[in-house]
Design a protein around this ligand. Structure first.
Ligand code: NAP
Length: 341
């Protein structure tokens, strides 16, 4: 960003997996920062975090923490967002919230800058913008140009989601379980209902009465909200896998009009924020290990679904902490700074 104006930014949840990535993204994208205020629980008050080589002490996240703040990036869990985001907005900050607290609130825009940047304008009513669920963000970055070209009628998605999506404690748990397994010791288990090392858990977030998990229904409802189309059919199976960083997704779509695999590849090459990785004969396709630390959503394995008239299969991979959370939030903050504040 090149404008002269700077913005005072608070990061609520600065000591967490997403909060740490927010600092990294603000630094890597050279966000025009004035003050940077780091907020977390009483456990972390006084702890020092480093930003651009300088140490900044963590302060308490409370209702009085937002005086003089222009943009508040929240990633401290839904309960804290519900408790403190309205106070931040009342103090004059625009909140970009990473939790699920406000995503389906009709008065609050849910935004992926590559998909529906125009929706940001609706922040004015409540002073809050919601960042979507990580699995929905990367799927829609890949699907938006196809939807624009031939209208998607139905999406069938299966996810393979990294433990970092659960937070810092889950990253530690996978590592501790692998170490214990190698050492022949009992496997420690706290975060997940089953061992995650060497396993796949078809269970992300809690189960609902319809048999789906909340994570699965987030993909359904958030897609409809951001595509502004309640008629689009979406069905999801979300699975936690023993990967540290990077969510992978097998996405099958049925479109209203026919589109070839070649045309989809061309669209992916032209889409900002997407990197086409699709040379299967050279064993080149998107991999979780390759997406870690990257800003792009990787798309490959693009094939026509031969079982229906108008169908496409894709494999979509992105860093869940970056595009799935911190990067998306900072991109929203950049648009706010450039166009609205
Ligand atoms: P995390 O690593 O567990 O970090 C949680 C953060 O929240 C820490 O900074 C923690 O501060 C703070 N916090 C917890 N309780 C608090 C309290 N009572 N008062 C003030 N601060 C408190 O979790 P995370 O993965 O970063 O996720 C944070 C949020 O982002 C969640 O809402 C999550 O749903 C959302 N999100 C995560 C991802 C992902 O891929 N991980 C993606 C999208 C959205 P202390 O260190 O002081 O405890």
């Amino acid at each position: 960003m090149s404008q002269a104006r700077t913005f005072n930014v608070a990061v609520a949840g600065a000591t967490g997996a997403v909060g740490g990535a927010m600092l990294d993204v603000l630094e890597r994208r050279d966000f025009p920062l004035g003050e940077l205020r780091l907020l977390a629980s009483s456990r972390s008050v006084g702890k020092k975090l480093t930003f651009k080589g300088k140490e900044i002490a963590v302060q308490l996240l409370d209702k009085d923490a937002f005086k003089g703040i222009d943009i508040a990036l929240f990633s401290a869990g839904a309960a804290r967002s519900l408790e403190f985001a309205p106070a931040a907005a009342a103090a004059g900050a625009v909140v970009v919230d990473n939790s699920s607290a406000y995503r389906m609130d009709p008065e609050i825009p849910l935004v992926v800058p590559e998909v529906n940047p125009h929706a940001i304008a609706r922040y004015k009513k409540r002073g809050i913008i919601a960042n979507p669920n990580c699995s929905t963000i990367q799927m829609l970055v890949a699907l938006k140009p196809i939807h624009d070209a031939v209208r998607i009628k139905r999406i069938v998605v299966s996810t393979y989601q990294a433990v970092s999506g659960t937070g810092a404690k889950a990253i530690e748990e996978l590592e501790a379980q692998v170490r214990a397994w190698v050492a022949g010791q009992p496997i420690p288990r706290e975060v997940y209902p089953h061992q995650i090392a060497f396993n796949c858990l078809p269970h992300i977030d809690s189960f609902l009465d319809n048999g789906y998990t909340k994570e699965e229904m987030k993909m359904v409802n958030e897609t409809r909200k951001m595509f502004e189309d309640d008629s689009i059919g979406v069905t999801a199976t979300t699975v936690r896998v023993p990967v540290f960083y990077g969510h992978s997704e097998a996405v099958n779509i049925e479109t209203e009009r026919k589109i070839s695999a070649a045309r989809v590849k061309e669209l992916m090459r032209q889409t900002p924020g997407v990197k086409l990785v699709d040379e299967p004969t050279l064993a080149q396709y998107p991999l979780a290990l390759d997406c870690a630390g990257k800003f792009e959503t990787l798309v490959g394995r693009i094939r026509e679904d031969e079982s229906i008239a108008n169908g496409i299969n894709l494999w979509v991979v992105a860093d869940n902490i970056l595009k799935g959370a911190a990067l998306n939030a900072v991109q929203i903050a950049e648009i706010l700074g450039r166009d609205y504040l």
